[in-house]
Ligand binder design. Structure first.
Ligand code: 6PG
Length: 479
């Protein structure tokens, strides 16, 4: 009888290979399978000494090498390729076995697959795995969905290889069916927003102040020692401080300024539109990437009249401090919106996701890992039904203190012509949320005028319509 493996990985490109290595390094016997045998052989040849690998030459042999209940992690491209592997794998599995999808799958695909495989008594676990190739090898943040029963057998394995902060693994059961992939999707949406805000901060210091990338790198390094400490701020300093080998110029100056996207940020916004959650920071980040890619339109618009972007400032330290505060406040808004979306998804799909637990497993391993996730965890642990992160005492105070800077930066960016869609939308969201009265009252009036769509009143219950075309324009109750 071949060595029985505790878990198997099929799909041994870099992410899958590193996950298999991570599992082996933690003492688990790992079954290996890949469509092309060469990848399986290379993994064993190069890293066979890191632990126990059980290579296979077919899916049948792969499944046969696994102890019961079998646990298989699929690490192939989302969409069709994942469906193809499931179709090949599922008939070989037995009731109670677990199939894990570790790719960036769309959560609605995961819900469909989970329901389908449940008919064969197979557990399907859509799992977000964040941290890139390095995270997969050294400790990712892991966001498994699927059944509680599946997590009983799968959870300890995943927790043993996840990042660990203060003795707590960055892995927990997120909730049933597609909950894990939904939370990973929102993680990526927040990642987009975070990167957009960092980009706008860079643009303000570069074009607003005329600083060189190497000097801006030092500013981000300083910011990373305070409450902006995070992986993305840390690597921003690395990228901005890097000189291109061919030209000797700052690498950021030789990279084409057209951002690409695989789609997870777009999915987040599409889902938020369906759920009615205003994730304005994530949406602006997705659209900013799209705008940057419209090369022809941008060339045609280059001569449009407007200021140069330089603020002609004398006191750069004060400006840098203002940008830092604007970044922090806008970041709080972006995370507040992301957590609102997780709550809305949890309610819509009856997942019962614990928001504090999500902040906890994002403290390490994932791309958005940051010091202030501890504060977010504290906020939701203090009050699970917190209406918004912005009304948590700590964040109310922190954003309040940053407000003057935030407003100066947004106003100045408008005046001097630096595009800051993330900063500006975050400030408008903040002002919209706290407004005593919104112009939505007029929107309702206009809708009623042209479409008889009715409106509610502040002074009495029910819905009403004004007979705009009649003499005196009387109002009638429509209940
Ligand atoms: C992660 C990353 C990972 C991937 C990005 C890239 O959590 O490890 O988010 O999922 O690198 O999603 O996404 P874009 O190409 O859409 O920026």
């Amino acid at each position: 009888m071949a060595e029985q493996a505790q878990i198997g990985v099929t799909g041994l490109a870099v992410m899958g290979r590193n996950l298999a290595r991570n599992l082996a390094r933690h003492g688990h016997a790992v079954a290996l399978h890949n469509r092309s045998q060469a990848r399986t052989d290379a993994l064993v040849a190069e890293h066979g000494d890191e632990g126990t690998f059980v290579p296979s030459t077919s899916m049948q042999e792969f499944v046969a090498s696994l102890e019961r209940p079998r646990r298989v992690i699929i690490m192939v491209k989302a969409g069709g390729p994942t469906d193809a592997v499931i179709e090949e794998l599922a008939p070989l599995m037995e009731p109670g076995d677990v199939i894990v999808d570790g790719g960036n799958a769309l959560f609605t695909d995961t819900r469909r697959r989970e329901a389908e495989l449940r008919k064969a008594d197979l557990h399907f676990v859509g799992t977000g795995i964040s941290g890139g190739e390095e995270g997969a090898l050294h400790g990712p943040s892991i966001m498994p969905g699927g059944s509680a029963q599946a997590y009983e057998s799968l959870g300890p394995l995943l927790e043993s290889i996840a990042a660990n902060v203060d003795g707590t693994p960055c892995c927990t059961h997120v909730g049933p069916d597609g909950a894990g992939h939904f939370v990973k999707m929102v993680h990526n949406g927040i990642e987009y927003a975070d990167m957009q805000l960092i980009g706008e901060s860079y643009d303000l210091l570069r074009n607003g102040l005329g600083m060189a990338p190497g000097d801006i790198a030092n500013v981000f390094r300083q910011w990373n020692s305070g409450d902006l400490e995070s992986y993305l701020v840390e690597i921003t300093a690395e990228v901005l401080g890097h000189a291109d080998h061919d030209t000797g110029k700052p690498l950021v100056d030789v990279i084409t300024d057209a951002a690409e996207q695989k789609g997870t940020g777009r999915w987040t916004v599409q889902s938020a539109l369906d759920l009615g959650v205003p994730v304005t920071g994530i949406a602006e980040a997705v659209f900013a990437r799209a705008l940057s890619g419209h090369a022809e339109q941008r060339v045609a618009a280059r001569e449009l009249p407007g200021p140069s972007g330089n603020w002609g400032l004398s006191n750069s330290d004060a400006f840098i401090a203002d940008v830092r505060n604007a970044l922090y406040a806008s970041k709080v808004v972006a995370y507040a919106q992301g957590f609102d979306q997780i709550r809305a998804g949890s309610e819509a799909y009856a997942w019962n996701v614990n928001l504090g637990a999500m902040a906890t497993i994002w403290r390490g391993g994932c791309i958005i890992r940051a010091r202030f996730l501890d504060r977010i965890r504290e906020a939701y642990d203090k009050r699970g039904d917190l209406p918004s992160l912005l009304v948590d005492d700590y964040f109310t105070e922190a954003v309040g203190q940053a407000q003057a800077s935030w407003r100066r930066v947004v106003a100045g960016a408008a005046q001097y012509g630096v595009p800051v869609p993330g900063f500006a939308s975050a400030l408008s969201y903040y002002d919209g949320l706290r407004a005593q009265r919104l112009p939505a009252a007029l929107t309702q009036g206009l809708r009623d005028f042209f479409g008889a769509h009715t409106y509610r009143r502040t002074d009495k219950d029910g819905t009403f319509h004004t007979l705009w075309a009649e003499e005196g324009r009387p109002e009638v109750s429509t209940d």
